[in-house]
Design a protein around this ligand. Structure first.
Ligand code: NAD
Ligand code: UDP
Length: 316
């Protein structure tokens, strides 16, 4: 049995990670400041003997004896991370310093949830880990993109300078049950709009692309990365390489929900990347043949059921 700290454990991805690691027989400490996460996401784990919940903000140090740390804390949707940009960058940078300091003191292995956003609006397509990215350092998205880039630098420097055992994953757009219904991300927006019969809001022409990964595939890749061979630190892309335009996504959501919603077009936000698709050869090679198993149609079905349940129980 390992003792595992998960920062951001009450969020969308973190809650799935808590559940999976508990089910595998570990002791899990979930640390969260509830900015975008919620106790609802982990309510079903509260009675578990080996689950602990701590309210804490990772911009402040935290002391605990653990074997592993999954550093997932950070708002992930543009609406949420742009709400308080200074806080967002503090969470990424000061949070990384605090968690790396803890890992160094107690000898824990630590994994960083980085992001495809480190590639910015990429001029190389699809994106391999060797691509350095095209990020505007002073734009609307930079608090998130540059914060995550700096966190990667900190992880590498703690590894080379202090021999901290690190792992870095770059997560591409992920969706699934327990996404926040109002987080403004495209999958949650389209599904909520379709279920309520509201207009589906496509930003710009809808020709921009994203590759959508179902949360279970991400959790599998994340745990495999934590357990990967010593000396392999990444960064490694974890995402689904099947690429869709936003128009195709809107049409699929309308079909799967049987919705009468109309598609409307709104202005494209500043610095919105035009395309994004991971190269996952490194993950396949280093993580025992890891590749996504759940394709969009199936994953959207599960996510639609979740949001439908929220609406019916007046929780959305
Ligand atoms: P989320 O917003 O649902 O979860 C983030 C969690 O971190 C929330 O529970 C929030 O309350 C908590 N948190 C935020 N700031 C904190 C702080 N200062 N101290 C303590 N807790 C704090 O987002 P998510 O989609 O679950 O993302 C989880 C991680 O994965 C994030 O680091 C995100 O950057 C990364 N990521 C996610 C995606 C995606 O598509 N979901 C893509 C790339 C990277
Ligand atoms: N988007 C959209 N309609 C929405 C929300 C988002 O067309 O209601 C677009 C957005 O402009 C972007 C893509 O969908 O091009 C993915 O946006 P999201 O916020 O989900 O993720 P990110 O831009 O961080 O990849």
């Amino acid at each position: 049995m390992k003792r595992i700290l998960i920062t951001g454990g009450a969020g969308f991805v973190g809650s799935h990670l808590c559940e999976r690691l508990l089910n595998e027989g570990n002791e899990v400490i979930c640390l969260d400041n509830y900015f975008t996460g919620s106790k609802d996401n982990i309510e079903h784990l509260m009675d578990h003997h080996y689950f602990e919940l701590v309210r804490h903000d990772i911009i402040n140090p935290y002391m605990i004896e653990v074997d592993e740390i999954y550093n997932m804390a950070c708002p992930a949707s543009p609406v949420h991370y742009q709400y308080n940009p200074i806080k967002t960058i503090k969470t990424s940078v000061m949070g990384a310093i605090n968690m790396l300091g803890l890992a160094k003191r107690v000898g824990a292995k630590i994994l960083q949830a980085s992001t495809s956003e480190v590639y910015g609006d990429p001029s190389v397509h699809p994106q391999p880990e060797s691509y350095w990215g095209n990020v505007n350092p002073i734009g609307l998205r930079s608090c998130y993109d540059e914060g995550k880039r700096c966190a990667e630098t900190l992880f590498m420097d703690y590894h080379t300078q202090n021999e901290v055992a690190i792992k870095i994953i770059r997560i591409f757009n992920t969706y699934g049950p327990r996404m926040h219904p109002k987080d403004g991300r495209v999958v949650s927006n389209f599904i909520m709009q379709a279920l309520k019969g509201d207009d589906i809001t496509i930003f710009g022409e809808g020709t921009q692309t994203r590759s959508f990964q179902y949360v279970d595939d991400l959790v599998e890749g994340t745990i495999r990365m934590m357990n990967s061979r010593d000396g392999f630190v990444g960064p490694v892309n974890i995402g689904n390489p099947v690429e869709f335009t936003m128009l195709e996504l809107a049409e699929l959501v309308i079909e799967l929900t049987n919705s009468k919603s109309k598609i409307i077009h709104l202005p494209l936000p500043q610095d919105d990347p035009m395309q994004r698709k991971p190269v996952i050869d490194l993950a396949y090679k280093e993580l025992n043949g890891w590749e996504p198993k759940i394709q969009l149609r199936e994953g959207l079905g599960k996510t639609i059921n979740y949001f439908d349940g929220l609406i019916k129980s007046n929780k959305a």
